[in-house]
Design a protein around this ligand. Structure first.
Ligand SMILES: Cc1cc2nc3c(=O)[nH]c(=O)nc-3n(C[C@H](O)[C@H](O)[C@H](O)COP(=O)(O)O)c2cc1C
Length: 232
């Protein structure tokens, strides 16, 4: 259930248990839902060419709200999702990203990394940064920054934000939208362009929309369950 109580840091507060008794789902319904989800998730693909058609902003906001329900180390919720709407800001992000990517693809990544990327068909041109109808930039809060500049350590930030982004991608996909996780390297320019505070570090840029009519994706094979599941 959602709550309208505003969150504030709970650092050092005592344990305050409340009952948690969600209705148990009958096994048959669980099985049916799991099988359907497995099929629907298998259809998710990273999209790099987007249609210009607008997406309902409410769907994007709801997906971000889903992501923000993610578990996090010590419940510190160390994430910020910036929904970039201003076309001028998006153009600046694209220009800065393509500048970094030009250097990366020209050799900074090294031959091993470039070889790993080759089957994906990516290059330094990033039209999705300006052309996808929605753009989310995810930041990790490396530490908590109080109003007086006080700092508190955040725990398991990478893991927490990674899980939240996974939930964001799932929510977008299951709501009918396509997305790309773009990680220009280095990403420092994102904090500067978006004016984020010093405790925030860019994690990923996520263009969102519908695939373009002529969208193509690399022919990739996923590991089978047998290859990823070890039962002990
Ligand atoms: C952490 C992470 C970083 C990624 N960075 C990029 C990127 O910078 N550019 C890009 O085109 N795709 C990027 N991707 C997308 C992957 O290439 C893609 O997920 C992978 O090739 C599998 O394809 P699929 O998502 O269609 O299954 C990234 C994915 C992840 C999870």
């Amino acid at each position: 259930m959602s709550t309208s109580v505003q969150w504030t840091p709970t650092h050092g507060e005592p344990y305050r248990p409340v009952p948690y008794r969600p209705a148990r789902m009958p096994a048959e319904e669980s099985l049916a839902r799991a099988a359907e989800l497995r099929e629907r998730m298998a259809d998710r693909r990273t999209v790099r060419r987007f249609s210009a058609d607008p997406v309902p902003e409410r769907v994007v906001r709801d997906a971000i709200a889903c992501a923000a329900t993610a578990p996090s180390g010590a419940h510190q919720q160390p994430w910020t999702f910036v929904l970039v709407k201003d076309p001028e800001v998006r153009a600046r992000i694209r220009a800065a990203a393509e500048e970094e990517e030009r250097v990366s693809y020209a050799g900074r990544l090294g031959e091993e990394w470039l070889a790993a990327l080759r089957p994906l068909g990516t290059d330094e041109v990033k039209p999705h940064l300006t052309d996808a109808p929605a753009l989310i930039v995810v930041f990790q809060q490396r530490y908590w920054l109080g109003p007086d500049g006080e700092r508190r350590k955040h725990y398991y930030v990478d893991e927490s934000v990674g899980i939240a982004v996974g939930m964001l991608l799932s929510a977008l996909h299951l709501s009918g939208l396509a997305a790309l996780v773009h990680t220009p390297s280095p990403m420092r320019f994102l904090g500067e362009v978006l004016g984020r505070p010093v405790n925030e570090k860019a994690f990923a840029v996520i263009p969102v929309g519908y695939p373009a009519d002529d969208c193509q994706v690399p022919d990739l094979v996923r590991k089978s369950l047998d290859q990823v599941l070890v039962e002990v």
